[in-house]
Design a protein around this ligand. Sequence first.
Ligand code: GRF
Length: 196
Amino acid sequence: MRRLKLAILISGRGSNMEALLKAIAADPDYPAVAVLVASNRPDAAGLKIAEAADVPTVAIDHRAYGKDRVAFEKELDDELRRSGAEIIALAGFMRVLTPWFVTRWEGRMINIHPSLLPKYKGLDTQQRAIDAGDNEAGCTVHWVTSGVDEGEIIAQARVPILPGDTADTLAARTLPTEHKLYPEALKIACAKILQT
Ligand code: GRF
């Protein structure tokens, strides 16, 4: 069985990355194998989780490149190519990627976003859902395109918004749902790539 080489990009806690690594470890038939976890922040807690799982890691501090986003992305792209990555999962990666990078990986890069897209692209999704009076929120995994949080949806899951919810309580309620959704959606994305 062919497995795609997976790179996961993070910026912080890395709980979605951990969920992907656990799903891969738990299923001998999972269609991906992790070859790299990369962070734009050297202090990202998720790097330690990846190291403990024996997955190669790299930190490329975006601050060293100032405003030159593409220079940062070229370094990242070099690391990804060196790792042999065939698919990228963004997991709490907090840098907007330029068209230069997105075009290089289009059709091979997915993201998890904590809202029911197309609602609430960008930041502060939970607060915006609460402020709008919505009675449900959720998370979406989608293909990455140049428009932020705009690519085709792969999978989505809903969670209720309860009276008295704050952005933090809603985010905490959504997170376990993200951890279930992302490994399933990554499987679907791998299947699509492997078909072509
Ligand atoms: C998650 O809520 C994810 O949907 C969003 O950023 C958060 C990252 O959390 N894109 P973690 O680093 O995976 O724990």
